[in-house]
Write a protein that binds this ligand. Structure first.
Ligand SMILES: NC(=O)c1ccc[n+]([C@@H]2O[C@H](COP(=O)([O-])OP(=O)(O)OC[C@H]3O[C@@H](n4cnc5c(N)ncnc54)[C@H](O)[C@@H]3O)[C@@H](O)[C@H]2O)c1
Length: 304
């Protein structure tokens, strides 16, 4: 008997044999943005992606020069519209909220999409378009939890209709803010003093601090019953916090039988951050864990 094949057993098709030799197919990942987070994720994918069944399929950056010498030419994607030709399973955006607004729908037509800048979803039209695109294409819109603690618990309360209030407070050193419009002026006027920059619905805050309140946006997506209009955000600049970002989450549920005591959970997270850094240190491994959780969950929106 040649080749060790049992008599009477049909030969395996060549494709199947090849797949068995190669092991299970790897999930192909495209990274959009090559700043701090993008470089970190690319490095981890290159170093240990295969161990997790992942393969780096492309990297895109607005300024292509930044990729030279860092990313093999074959993995550089010159134009985002060329994304379908790379046949990826997952696109990870770590660039700017405008990417989800302008290209999110295209990504979701052919792949799962992890939106690293979920402040983009504070624009109602963008959120609606991406939710519909996920449903239509059967691909998942993933929202990384970032520095949000207890996201799944919030989601479960929201699912059961028990979530009555959600407030996220973020406190950072003034150098860690990248603000727009009125908030930038308020910060400048109060320079050197602790100041409450904003308190109100997260929807109005996102365009004014798009790089600083992604965690609040993740909370809004975890609690669609409240959404961007119902979840409250509070942003504080504190010069006494040179190397920490503080994120406090206050959850309120139903009152007890006698109506006097409401269910509440409050968490406080202190995330070490280099002086002036927009992104805290713990956010990098948090993003990697989020990416690993993007295994394809059908046409849904999912916290990861
Ligand atoms: N979800 C979270 O908790 C969380 C945490 C940190 C950062 N972020 C977001 O992730 C993104 C990347 O963060 P980072 O720390 O790597 O930032 P970074 O500034 O280090 O890198 C951003 C990259 O995107 C590119 N870019 C900037 N503006 C762009 C635009 N308008 N169009 C296309 N590309 C643009 C830059 O060239 C750069 O390569 C930011 O949007 C940031 O707000 C989210």
């Amino acid at each position: 008997m040649r080749g060790g094949r049992a008599a009477g057993k049909p030969a395996r098709p060549r494709g199947e044999l090849a797949r068995m030799c190669e092991g299970p197919a790897r999930r192909k990942v495209g990274i959009v943005g090559f700043g701090q987070l993008g470089q970190y994720l690319v490095r981890r994918l290159q170093d240990e992606g295969s161990r997790h069944g992942l393969e780096l399929a492309f990297v895109w950056n607005r300024d292509v020069q930044k990729l030279q010498g860092q990313v093999p030419a074959s993995l550089q994607l010159p134009d985002l519209c060329g994304f379908p030709e790379r046949g990826v399973d997952l696109v990870v955006e770590v660039a700017h909220p405008c990417i989800a607004r302008d290209h999110g729908e295209l990504f979701l037509s052919g792949a799962d999409f992890m939106v690293g800048s979920p402040t983009a979803l504070a624009d109602q039209a963008t959120e609606t378009r991406l939710r519909e695109a996920a449903q239509r294409g059967g691909h998942t819109l993933y929202v990384p939890r970032g520095a949000l603690w207890g996201g799944e618990d919030i989601q479960r309360m929201d699912d059961r209709g028990m979530l009555q209030g959600l407030k996220v407070t973020m406190i950072k050193h003034p150098d860690s803010f990248r603000l727009e419009g009125a908030l930038r002026e308020r910060l400048r006027a109060a320079w050197g003093r602790r100041v409450l920059l904003y308190e109100g619905p997260v929807r109005d805050l996102c365009p004014l601090a798009p790089n600083n309140v992604n965690t609040m946006a993740a909370a809004c997506m975890a609690a669609p019953g409240l959404g961007f209009d119902g979840v409250r955000g509070c942003l504080i600049a504190d010069p006494g916090l040179p190397d920490w970002h503080v994120v406090e989450v206050e959850v309120t549920g139903p009152a007890g039988e006698h109506g006097d005591q409401a269910f509440t959970v409050t968490s406080s997270r202190r995330n070490p951050a280099s002086p002036g850094a927009v992104t805290g240190a713990a956010t990098f491994p948090s993003f990697w864990s989020s990416l690993l959780a993007c295994q394809g969950h059908g046409g849904h929106v999912r916290l990861c």
